[in-house]
Design a protein around this ligand. Structure first.
Ligand code: F6P
Length: 556
């Protein structure tokens, strides 16, 4: 495969970036009355406006040519065909099959996967009904009104983000908690709020071996057993498992009827659509969980059928490629102007950075181009009073996505108008900036003396030309949220294809896990012959010296 930076479109883009650099985004609007139409796409209830990026139409044309040169249309087909595109783990990548409502037949290794998907989905629906109607009760006969999802990474971030985002759809009287951190304070603080008689623990782990999750699950089980007077039978009513590893689930002591399976072709960070979504379904109802899947499906249908030039995820990906590779943006801010999306950036950090934080191509050669950016964000308007300073006036150019719903679920006075005014104002400010002449005029109008103007003008100048996308939806609903998540999943996929990396493995998280397990015995006062670098050895000795004597009941 030709390295992407040796293809003609990449070289044309480099040329455009270096010699034909556009002076300002504002000048692009002056030159092209149709710019908003050229850089906008509408699909699955979402509207994307990418016009406030410093990209000329000529560059956009080359970006589409780049997508062709990278084989993007073929790559999309390979993904939905169930080809083993996750080459380093020899796995297919078929999260789209989990949310198929078009009765397509998806295969892995020649076997259709839809029957198994539908069977698990039906069992999830039945389980939700049993919990909601109170036919599945706790060990004292009380309804199970509280769910604790114990998981980490994709087994936590997706369900947590969606559950928070769909707060207006919560079924009354139900609460959900998400415990992820191996820091015992996370579980302890959660348990302190729980009534064991009404709590259902869901142990969510694709592998069912993840240290954090298994440690939390064992501690939760011990807490529950103690509260239930040591009644092992009670565990069966209060613990469910979401996993691909049936044997480990059984060994843990969770009954087969309380296990909801999925498959190795569902990546952890793409798993909220699978059984991992059970905590979502319990909190908002199975019909709304299905509506979430349908929203994602609508985006999938658009993604697989729309030509590259009309394709929303493709456009979002290409704008990102331009900003990352040709404008030098090493960070990407995701800024939802919606409080219920307060975990969206955290969710996207895993989706994007675990997928595209790679430095070798699929064939193992070092990449000679930048890949995934640092993703971060907070809901607007909070971020405006925290890190936007750097976005407006810092030395780095940060690409930003602004996301908003036109209508609020809870209109309150003029709150939503103010929120939307900020959603519109920030990209406008980032694009236009404020030049020194205008700063000087404004200060002079305010009667500021000349010497003060000289002193302050540079500080109050905004360079502008900072790239932004705006994503708009009618209302944050299960459907639009599903479409939004799918939009980003496909964007990440397209970028991985262009960067020629494998977006579906995550070897980079392994080394730390191995070293932590090597260090652990030394913290449990066990004899170990593992040697450490001087800094680690020093810190370890210092920790052991300062530690209070602690009982340790966990096994690993
Ligand atoms: O941290 C790496 C990772 O493997 C993620 O990709 C995954 O989402 C997370 O750990 C949790 O894994 P599991 O669901 O197997 O517990």
């Amino acid at each position: 495969m030709t390295p992407i930076n040796e293809t003609a479109p990449w070289q044309a883009l480099s040329q455009l970036a270096h010699t034909g650099r556009v002076q300002s985004i504002a000048s692009l609007f002056d030159a092209d009355a149709d710019r908003v139409a050229t850089f906008s796409r509408e699909a699955a209830g979402l509207f994307l406006d990418g016009s406030k990026n410093r990209i000329s139409v000529a560059a956009l044309d080359q970006l589409f040519a780049l997508a062709e040169a990278a084989g993007l249309p073929e790559a999309i087909k390979a993904m939905v065909n169930g080809d083993k595109i996750n080459v380093t783990e020899d796995r297919a990548v078929l999260h789209v099959a989990l949310r198929d409502f078009a009765h397509r037949t998806y295969h892995v290794d020649g076997e259709p996967v839809s029957p198994a998907i539908n069977a698990v989905r039906q069992r999830m629906a039945d389980f939700c009904t049993a919990i909601h109607r109170g036919t599945h009760t706790g060990y004292t006969g009380k309804p199970l009104t509280t769910v604790v999802n114990i998981g980490i990474g994709g087994s936590d971030l997706g369900p947590l983000m969606v559950t928070e985002a769909l707060r207006p759809y919560w079924l009354g009287e139900r609460t959900s908690h998400f415990v992820s951190n191996v820091d015992g304070q996370h579980l302890t603080d959660t348990l302190a709020q729980l009534d064991p008689e009404t709590t259902l623990f869901i142990v969510a782990s694709k592998t069912f071996t993840t240290q954090e999750t298994m440690t939390n699950a064992r501690s939760a089980r011990a807490w529950f057993l103690e509260k239930a007077g040591g009644d092992e039978q009670a565990v069966a009513r209060h613990f469910a498992a979401l996993s691909t590893n049936e044997r480990a689930v059984t060994d843990f002591g969770i009954a087969a009827e309380n296990m909801f399976g999925f498959w190795d072709w569902v990546g952890g960070r793409y798993s909220l659509w699978s059984a991992i979504g059970l905590s979502i379904a319990l909190q908002v109802g199975f019909d709304r969980f299905e509506a979430l899947l349908k929203g994602a499906h609508a985006m999938d249908e658009h993604f697989r059928s729309a030509p590259l030039q009309e394709n929303m995820p493709v456009l979002l990906a290409l704008i990102g490629i331009w900003n990352r590779n040709f404008e030098g943006c090493s960070a990407h801010a995701v800024l939802p102007y919606d409080q219920h999306l307060h975990r969206f950036a955290a969710y996207l950090q895993q989706a994007d950075m675990e997928s595209n934080g790679k430095a070798v191509t699929q064939s193992g050669a070092p990449v000679a181009w930048a890949t995934g950016p640092v993703v971060f964000g907070e809901p607007g308007t909070n971020g405006q009073h925290a890190f936007y300073q750097l976005i407006h006036q810092g030395t780095d150019t940060i690409a930003c996505d602004f996301i908003a719903a036109v209508n609020s679920h809870t209109p309150l006075g003029d709150h939503h108008e103010k929120l939307l005014a900020n959603f519109l104002a920030q990209p406008k400010a980032l694009m236009l900036g404020k030049d020194e002449a205008r700063v000087r005029d404004d200060l002079a109008d305010q009667g500021v003396p000349e010497n003060e103007i000289d002193r302050l003008a540079a500080h109050r100048t905004f360079p502008g030309n900072r790239p932004t996308n705006s994503i708009l939806m009618d209302r944050l609903s299960p459907e639009t949220l599903g479409a939004l998540i799918a939009l980003y999943e496909h964007k990440i996929f397209c970028q991985g294809v262009i960067w020629q990396i494998n977006s579906f493995d995550q070897w980079g998280v392994e080394l730390g896990k191995v070293l932590a397990s090597e260090i652990l015995p030394a913290l449990k006062a066990e004899v170990t012959d593992v040697t450490h670098d001087p800094s680690t050895a020093h810190l370890l000795a210092r920790i052991n010296q300062l530690r209070d004597g602690q009982e340790n009941n966990n096994e690993d």
